[in-house]
Each structure stands twice: as structure tokens, then as C-alpha cells.
Design a protein around this ligand. Sequence first.
Ligand code: IMP
Length: 428
Amino acid sequence: MPSLVVVGTQWGDEGKGKIVDLIAQRADLVVRFQGGPNAGHSVNYAGKSLVFHQVPSGLLNPKARCLIGSGCVIDLGVLRQELDSLQQAGVSFEGRLFLDRKAHLILPYHRVLDRLREEGRGQRKIGTTVRGIGPCYEDKYSRIGIRVCDLLQEDVFADRLRRNLAFKNFLLMELHRADPLSSRQIRREFLAYAQDFGKMATDGSRLVADALNRGEKVLFEGAQGALLDIDHGTYPFVTSSAPTAGGACTGVGVGPSRTSNVLGVTKAYTTRVGKGPFPTEASGRLANQLRRWGREYGATTGRARRCGWFDAALVRYAVRLSGIRRIAVTKLDILDELTAVRMGVGYESAGGFLSDFDPTVPDLKPRYVQMPGWRKPTSVARRPDDLPREARAYLARIEKEVGAEVAIVSVGEDREATMVLSRSRWFQ
Ligand code: IMP
């Protein structure tokens, strides 16, 4: 199977960065298909921790080409900073990074409006990353967005910017009582980006189709996670794109028959940033322990993540949404010290027991199973047999409950701290 789609199965932050970095060593082309600089993938590289927001993690494989697909929203200022820091770390991307011409651009007014709206929501905040993601996707669907291809035609860009800014400045001044933005300044900034990024613009759908037709290995790298999906997530506490596997088709321009091999990444417990429901959320000592041991602070915003037990019913839902056959379980080592571990397997709701997660049902109370902890370090394990019996039983229960094979287990940040259980060519 020449392609693999990697998606998050929880609320993002599952450790996709490490898994994608590992698999990308075998890829010829790595493609981001949705989201923008709201993502934050941390990867250990040459002793340094690098954080990718928009660049596909595959850029660390010097042989791989990388594409930011048409379903993404791109902040060129953030992208430039990211590329500068990669260059400083000795990573060359010359001729290897492409932007789909149809991808939409995040403009300064998107960021400002994201922040002002969040501030204005008071207690009803979504807890967005304030990177302008929602306002940019709104413009895309209102058909007033500005795309990479528009930036490359100076007069088209100037015309769209003028029209949009007239309306955005009206909103800023009249609704939010904020200062207007300067058209001249934005034009100057973006014309410089056109110089820098123009040569990276391409037809992403064509690039991917040609690679697949040549039999090359194409890795589709999802951002965020299934429960943040605009349609299937915990709406309205979601992002504005489709982080489920179907998003790879629409966000690149490739058919489902070519993206049917899907790997879900899942953390051995659950975290979420931002507001919204979280049935297995812990409080007090356990939440603090998981946050401290797992260093659960956002890679993009630095916010402390909410933490709780593994919710198998939630991941089973994500497995259904994306047709996931295999999963990678990350951060198993974070549970090493616990005397007992719990796992949500369904919910008590007003209407009776629910075996599946349903984002439209409020106040779900998880039903747990409890299992003995292992209280031995797993970070040194390199083969499944090296794991304590109780840890193996925990993984086996995850596999049974979520209905997907455990293909990879990660027990630390480094590439070596990984066990591969599947014989798929992608992981060997
Ligand atoms: P937005 O994507 O910035 O609009 O934020 C919407 C929701 O998605 C908020 O709850 C964010 O915290 C969450 N979110 C967005 N990107 C990520 C991510 O990469 N990891 C985890 N949560 C995210």
C-alpha cells in the first residue's frame, strides 16, 4: 500500500509528531491536509526539540518532499520563522517544500478577530489557539478568502485585500472598538512573502497523484484529532477543519481509494486543551501527576492541558470515523508509577448505558474498568516482551476495546524508545 494517513484519535496532542517523524523516514512525499499554525508537533532532532506548526514533520527526512495541501490555512509569517529555525538546526528544505496554490492564507485581521472574539465570549470561550484559524476558514467558506495563487498576482491580491479590509476594519472599529489595520503595511509584508514563497506554489493534487502513480510512498499527516473535527467533534468546542481521514481526500484532492490505509495515534491516557466536554477528565492529584509526568503543556500556546484516564469508547468512535485499522499508542511510560490504571469503556447517560461516544449527548459519565498498574519502568523496553505483564494486558485491553490492532508503542521521546509490532512495510 503506497499511502498511509496518520490521524489523531483524541483531542490532538497524541504524539503524532514523533510517530510521523519515525514513519516519514520511509516516505517519499509527506503531506499536511488540514489545519494551520494551531498545530504544534514536537520532534527530537539531533539533541534539540523542534516544534513544527505548519511544516510537515517529514522535512527532517532529507530525501522526502513535503506539501502543505489545499485544505490547510497558512500563516506565511509563522512559516518563515519556522523555516528559519529549521535552517539554523541544519535542515535544508531547498526544492523540497511545496504549498498548494489553492491553500488559503491567514491574514493579520484573522488573528486579531480570533483574539477579540475569544475575549468577547467571556465564560463561553472556545479556548482557541488565537492563531486566526476559525476566521480564515470562515472567509474561505464565505468565498472571500485569499489563496496562495491570489498572492502571486499583485493586482488580484491588492483588490481582494482592499475589499476585505474595508469590511474587517468596519468590524474592528464598530463592533470591537479596536484600531483598524493598515492596508499598505499588509500589502508590503505580503508582497515580500510572494517573493519568498512563490517558487514553492504548486498543484498539490497533481504532485500527489504523480507520486502515487510512480509507486512512491506518500504519507498524509493529520493535525489535531478526531474529537476536534468540525462535523464529528465536540461542537462547538472544535477546530474549523476535518482532522479525520476523510479530510485527507478533500484537503489534498485525492480519491478515497488511494487513502484507505489509516493509522490512528492515541495517547495511553487522555488530554485536551481548551474548553468543552471531557468525560474521563481527572481532577486533583491524578490530573497533576499526569500533567507533570507527561509534561502536558501545549506546544503552540504553552497552556496546561486537562488530563484524565484513557477513554476507549472515545477512541472507538475515532476508529469508526476514520476507518482506522491500526493504532500507535504513545506515552505508555507516563503511567509507570501508578498502582492501578482505569479505562473508560462506555458511558452512563440519562437514557441508559451508551457503549459509543456521542458528541450530541451532554454530561456523559464514564463507566470504568480498573486494572493493576505495573510500577516498573517501561521506557527501557524495546520489544513487547520487555514490557511488564500488566502493561501488556493494558495494551491488549485497549486493542480489544477500540477495535484496532496496536501497531506501535512509544515509551519515550526518542526515536529508539519505540516498539513496532506490525509487519507493515511502513513501520519496519
Ligand atoms: P482553533 O483551532 O485555534 O480554532 O481552536 C479550536 C479548538 O481546537 C481549541 O480547543 C484548541 O485548543 C483546539 N486545538 C487546535 N489545535 C490544536 C492542537 O494542535 N492540539 C490540541 N488542541 C488544538
